[in-house]
Every structure is written in C-alpha cells, then in structure tokens.
Design a protein around this ligand. Structure first.
Ligand SMILES: Nc1ncnc2c1ncn2[C@@H]1O[C@H](COP(=O)(O)OP(=O)(O)OP(=O)(O)O)[C@@H](O)[C@H]1O
Ligand SMILES: [Mg+2]
Length: 240
C-alpha cells in the first residue's frame, strides 16, 4: 500500500512541483501516472524511494511512514521498490547479466541462487541469450528490458517504471507495456510514469494525471478490468 497524503514539493528557485497531492495505490494495482514534461512524475518516484523528501505532507509505503524512517531502514524501503530509471542507469562496463548480479547482490540475495535467478529474470523480460552483451550493444527496447530486469530481479513488491517507452517505436512500446502487465499479473504493484499517448489511449489500469502541480484526474480501475482478467473471463465464457 502506498499513500501520499497532502504532499507538496518544490525545489529551490523553482515553482511548486507537487501541490497538495493525495493518492493511494493498493497492493497489486497497475497505475499510470501522466502529465506533460516537468509535471512531477519522476519527482513522485524519487519521493517514493526517499531520494527526495516532501516539504509538507505524509508518504507511507508498505507501512513505513517515510517522514519517520530511520536511516538504517532506507535500504529496507528501497528493496521494496524496483526503480527502472528514465535514463536506465545500467552499469555500462558490466554485461546485462552482471548488471542483474549487482542488483541481486545489493538486495542481499543468496549468492548460490544468483545464477539461476539471473537466468529466470532475463527469460522473464525476453532477454535470454543477451546475458553477455554490454548495455551499449543493446537496442533501445532491449536496454529498457535490461533496466526493468534489474529493477525486478530481487522481486520487489513494487515496480516504478519511469518513462519506460521513451524513444521507442509504437510496436516496441506496446511490447514493453505488455511486459509490465505480465509483471503486474504476477502480483507486483506496477507504477508507470509516462507521457506516451499510445499507452494512455489503451485505458488500462488506474490513471493519475498531473497538471500544474495538482492531480486533475484520478481514475481507479479495479484489477478485474485489466486486460489479463478480461482475457481470462473471455476464455471462461468460451469454455462454457
Ligand atoms: N533537483 C532539482 N532542482 C530543481 N528543480 C528540479 C529538480 N528536480 C526536478 N526539478 C524540477 O521539477 C519539475 C518536475 O520534474 P520531474 O522530473 O518530476 O518531471 P517529469 O514529470 O518527470 O518530466 P519528464 O516527463 O520530462 O520526465 C521540473 O520543472 C524540474 O525542472
Ligand atoms: Mg521524468
């Protein structure tokens, strides 16, 4: 469960980026946060991992009140949130596989289980066979998958994917979106920050829209309405 309660954030010499923002995200929810460039989408993600602190308001993540979090608990918080960064932040001189190993090591994963877990994660994101390539040798879509792989390898309950389809063609964007839906259908709460109109027009998941520091729209879509569930329902109907 994630709660933003009357959260405001501004930067020195800047306008108010988030102005009295209120929203909740339930476990297992699929949420799309939209708003034009500079609307504060990444800022929400950074607040979530306590990389930034709000000027006002309260943020609660998985029962942890971030206003009261002790420094030794910040790694605990960050293990709960896989963050696929807008600028990827994969380590350029490590291979795709090694990047995932690093993520698992940071998460304190049992070293004996790491090779199998790397394999499983690459398979999950559709990068089997690319383990030994360096990030610079990947296509844009593959690089995005590598970034997502690193974020989800240690199975955090929450994934924040920041502009996961930026600079990708429509078809590749939809493939990445499907991957995020698959991750969500396995139980992970998925939050996507995007201004990709293709994704928004799909009308899948809950939708939070930011404008001038405010949430101007919150549309909650229950899990039942997700494409996966609809597909399952259709199959059930067909089998009757
Ligand atoms: N460290 C900082 N210092 C000053 N201003 C900042 C800082 N970080 C972000 N901002 C400002 O906060 C605003 C919101 O930034 P943010 O990165 O959250 O936007 P965004 O919605 O993610 O945009 P984009 O779609 O371009 O990624 C921007 O106007 C940005 O210039
Ligand atoms: Mg951003």
């Amino acid at each position: 469960m994630i709660d933003f309660i009357h959260v405001s954030k501004s930067f020195p010499n800047g306008d108010v980026v988030l102005d009295d923002i209120d929203f909740s995200i339930s476990p297992g929810e699929f949420v799309i946060i939209t708003g034009k460039s500079g609307a504060g989408k990444t800022t929400i993600g950074r607040l979530l991992i306590h990389d930034l602190v709000p000027d006002k308001g309260k943020i609660v993540v998985e029962g942890m009140d971030l206003g009261k979090i002790k420094s030794q608990n910040i790694p605990v918080l960050r293990r709960k949130i896989g963050f696929a960064f807008q600028d990827f932040r994969v380590i350029p001189d490590k291979t795709v596989g090694e990047n995932i190993v690093v993520a698992l090591e940071i998460a304190g994963y049992d070293s004996k289980k790491i090779p199998e877990k790397v394999k499983h994660t690459l398979n999950m994101v559709g990068l089997s066979g690319k383990e030994k390539l360096f990030p610079g040798q990947l296509s844009g879509g593959e690089l995005q998958r590598a970034s997502i792989a690193r974020a989800i390898a240690a199975e955090p309950p929450i994934l924040f994917a920041d502009e996961p389809t930026g600079n990708l063609d429509k078809e590749t964007s939809l493939e990445i979106f499907k991957l995020l839906q698959k991750i969500n259908s396995d139980g992970t709460t998925v939050i996507i920050a995007t201004h990709d109109v293709t994704l928004i027009s799909l009308n899948i998941g809950s939708h939070i829209h930011l404008e001038k520091g405010k949430i101007v729209k919150i549309e909650k879509r229950s899990e039942e309405k997700s494409e996966e569930k609809e597909d399952k329902e259709e199959k059930k109907e067909a089998n009757k």
